[in-house]
Design a protein around this ligand. Structure first.
Ligand code: FAD
Ligand code: N01
Length: 529
């Protein structure tokens, strides 16, 4: 057996989180090694290469803020950049900051054990690394899920998952294509798949509330002007509700007239993007207020989709808009007006079986050449728990069997020197993730410096502080409508997964200020040894 490599910090993952962790920690003087399953950098943007994949936070904001040179030099070309452009950006970041030399690719971490005040991390191919600190930047949406439908393995056609799309693309010309799933990935892919395929059949279980992206090329003059004010823009994003400069309505949807409401919704619909959900202050808290926004979107669906039965099947009902993540699309509803697209409503006609030749539902066998799974991820805990992590007591899988428990979403008691980037219990997936990633990495870097300076290099979350944080996170989400959707935020998309609303809903700015206070006060709730 070869001797283990020795480092100060092991980082798992080379997406936005792992790349920044490497840069920042290396700059702070630590010896860092990143282990990444893929064969290059990019994370989400390396894996999700399906047609139509793009961000739904504006590109100028969905980007690093740590380097003024980088943000001035990089030219985004579209309001919402497509996957190839975001991947190029991350490749550029890796080059510019010379990151690849400390990344080991094609390295899947299998287990990590804490003993002798160190973590020993082992990869699938037998590499062992010993390090004082372990940082999981393994992603909230990085463990793709296949649907638990009997017969999936029997399908003899081409089987694709949006999150594992072939690097060289797929030619679907002349093919009969089926898509299972109408979340963000499905609604982005469906319009483009429909343009290529001979026929596209969409298998929909829960209709989504989808908002038009109104994507457009960025005007170089406007971009140059924006860049002059970048520092202020970034500062405002960091202390905002969700890491973006959205205008959040201050009024209740119920205190204005129906005409005023309609006008506000229409303006936001025309402006495009997820800002629609901020039209009024109570859309995510009050059922009646929420219903006004849901009604507006249902009306739009009826206006866009020509066939009334298809429109009715596409209209979401029975859960609040925003409780599942709203999707942001380009031409999604209009795609159902195409002659080569059909919708199968699985609530009326469930899938009974996948067979060699296609998908069988209550409407018979749908013969397919290609089946696309847009069925999402084991979100937030999936990638962390895929690694067998052992601290000083029960394993992490055992500890989190009833749902994740963390202090600030960044540490979990019983696992000294283990850090989570945008873990459950932090704003993470409810925010512009790049803002949240930078905040966590900066905070962890400061904490490690504090540990070094005080000569107590081992840090652990206190159980009582963790319990109080978990209670606070739960209390906040219970006051909202979020727990009312069967979403991946709750783990509801994975059979058997405990139903716990995982992200912190209190807002990016509030959370950041709290973390700043914790640091300024010498890290109460964290024990150093
Ligand atoms: P990831 O990018 O997921 O990177 C994690 C990396 O860890 C992966 O490369 C993975 O291979 C690696 N890894 C995991 N486990 C292991 C292991 N055991 N061993 C070795 N390596 C491992 N967020 C937004 O804020 N705005 C958006 O517009 C947006 N768009 C999105 C679009 C898509 C299609 C998807 C799927 C997500 C989107 N997100 C968006 C969320 C997105 O995941 C984050 O914005 C961000 O990219 C996460 O970066 P990360 O580094 O935390 O995780
Ligand atoms: O996954 P999802 P996703 N039978 O879980 C259906 C980010 N993201 O990959 O709702 C039939 O949202 C499932 O149905 P139901 C973003 O944060 C962002 O689309 O469970 N159907 C649902 O329709 C997003 O929220 C972008 O009833 C089954 C779909 O599959 C997150 O990633 C783009 C099924 C899964 O939707 C995940 O998005 C892409 C079954 N057995 C991703 N199992 C942007 O636009 C599942 N489904 C920025």
């Amino acid at each position: 057996m070869t001797a283990p490599l020795e480092r100060d910090v092991v980082v798992v993952g080379a997406g936005f989180g792992g790349l920044y962790a490497l840069h920042r920690l290396r700059e702070a003087g630590w010896r860092v090694l990143v282990l990444e399953r893929g064969d290059d950098v990019g994370g989400t943007w390396y894996w999700n290469r399906y047609p139509g994949a793009r961000c739904d936070v504006e590109s100028v904001d969905y980007s690093y803020s740590f380097s003024a040179g980088l943000e001035q030099d990089w030219q985004w070309t579209e309001r919402y950049a497509a996957q190839p452009e975001i991947l190029r950006y991350l490749e550029h970041v890796a080059e510019r900051f010379d990151l690849r030399r400390d990344i080991r690719f094609s390295s899947t971490v299998e287990d990590a054990r804490f003993s002798g005040w160190h973590w020993t991390v082992r990869t699938e191919d037998g590499l062992t690394v010993r390090a004082r600190y372990l940082v999981m930047a393994s992603g909230n949406l990085s463990e793709p899920r296949d649907p638990d439908i009997p017969g999936l393995a029997e399908f003899s056609g081409q089987l694709l998952h949006t999150a594992r799309w072939p690097r060289d693309g797929v030619d679907l010309t002349g093919r009969r294509v089926g898509v299972i799933g109408t979340g963000s990935s499905g609604t982005q892919a469906i319009p483009l798949l429909a343009k290529q395929a001979a026929h596209l059949t969409v298998f929909q279980r829960t209709p989504t509330f989808s908002l038009p992206a109104v994507n457009q090329p960025l005007d170089p003059a406007a971009l140059a002007e924006l860049k002059r004010t970048y520092p202020e823009r970034r500062r405002r994003a960091r202390y905002s509700r969700n890491g973006q400069l959205r205008a959040w309505g201050e009024k209740s949807a119920l205190e204005v007239t129906a005409d005023e409401r309609e006008k506000e919704y229409e303006q936001r619909w025309q402006a495009g993007g997820g800002g629609f959900i901020g039209a009024f202050r109570d859309l995510l808290d009050d059922e009646r207020a929420n219903e006004t926004a849901a009604d507006f979107v249902r009306g739009k669906i009826a206006d866009i989709v020509a066939d009334p039965d298809t429109a009715a099947a596409l209209q979401p009902r029975g859960y609040p808009i925003g409780a599942k993540r709203v999707t942001v699309d380009t031409g999604y509803y209009a795609t159902y007006n195409r002659a080569n697209v059909s919708l199968v409503d699985l609530r009326a006609n469930p899938i009974s079986l996948i067979e060699q030749r296609g998908v069988r539902t209550g409407r018979g066998l749908h013969e397919l050449d290609t089946l696309v799974l847009a069925t999402g991820f084991d979100a937030m805990t999936g990638a962390v728990l895929a690694v067998d992590i052992r601290g000083t007591g029960p394993t992490l899988r055992e500890k989190w069997h009833a749902g994740p428990r963390t202090l600030l979403g960044v540490m979990t008691a019983g696992f000294p020197n283990l850090f989570l980037v945008t873990g459950p219990g932090s704003p993470s997936v409810l925010s512009n993730m790049v803002v949240s990633i930078e905040q966590h990495v900066d905070w962890i870097t400061d904490l490690l410096r504090h540990a070094a300076e005080t000569g107590r290099p081992v840090v652990e979350a206190d159980v009582a502080a963790e319990d109080a944080w978990v209670e606070h996170v739960n209390e906040l989400s219970a006051r909202t409508l979020f727990p009312r959707g069967n979403s991946w935020y709750l783990g509801a998309n994975v059979p058997g997964k405990p139903r716990v609303f995982m992200p912190y809903v209190g807002g990016v700015g509030t959370y950041r200020q709290h973390c700043e206070r914790v640091a300024a006060d010498g890290y109460p709730g964290f024990r150093f040894a």
